[in-house]
Design a protein around this ligand. Sequence first.
Ligand code: FAD
Length: 307
Amino acid sequence: MLGPVILAASRSDKMRRLVSAAPVTKPVVNRFIPGETVDQVVPIVTDLTGSGLEVTLDVVGEDITTPEQATAARDAYLELIERLKPLGLGTKAEMSVKLSMFGQALENGHELALANVRPVVEAAAAIGTTVTLDAEDHTTLDSMFAIHEELRKDFPQTGCVIQAYLFRTEEDARRLAANGSRVRIVKGAYKEPASVAYQDKTEIDKAYVRILRILMEGEGYPMIGSHDPRLIAITQELARRAGRKMDEYEFQMLYGIRSDEHLRLAAEGHRMRVYTAYGTDWYGYFMRRLAEKPANLLFFVRSMITK
Ligand code: FAD
């Protein structure tokens, strides 16, 4: 019940100002977003990879309003890649990007986002790693998939994300599985209308399993983005049935959520990648984490009251 309300608030400028300015917000935010600068996140990358985990790094930010902000986003990723270079981690540290942050919603946004993301993908490839294009709300996806296809002509390792809650996704999964893509499958984190997306949790879970099967039986590299214990178990079973070895798919979870499970799966020999977001523009990312689990909101509100 609370989830949709919080998701609506994630797009409100008034709420953004209120929540961002509250002094008590910081410790709660830090649970999900461990730093605001590249200096703060690099030691976290070292710690996580030192524990046998892999990472994907997201410089938080979305819904920008000027081309200059899009250029700044590109430069923030280029700086990050430069800082990762001496660590020699290769694909153990990859990047996740939101095309809205690269200008996708601005005038000529498709071309602008492609022009801004390409140098990031090139720089990532130059240090032996890759980039995954996150999935945002459904109105942005045709452009995201077209950019993904374009980038893959030169950088076939470029990944993308598909969302189980959307009716269109089984079709997308079939296309991507046949062309050998790296594909992250997630349930979906945005507020979507009933005309395009399942609203019922059980329906979303069932769709997730159908899509997982398509990916596992296909020719691509499935990346399972979920904390759901049932889906983790189903993934292992479907991988076994499809004859995939442990390095022919990977699990991905968000920083700060079910951290023991990250280590457990890695210790079993699985590839486990931790999606680690950092930066100053954390509001939208943070609110989606609250929406996924209302208990997080109670924790947040309680910390405001007891301070
Ligand atoms: P749920 O049923 O929501 O959760 C299962 C269990 O996990 C819960 O019972 C709880 O114990 C735990 N849990 C889940 N979320 C939280 C939380 N916020 N706080 C505390 N505990 C929690 N969505 C997009 O739309 N586009 C993307 O590009 C995208 N990328 C993602 C990348 C990764 C690596 C992951 C893990 C998720 C991503 N998501 C993305 C978010 C995703 O769509 C879901 O909103 C999110 O993963 C919650 O779904 P779940 O599969 O974990 O299952």
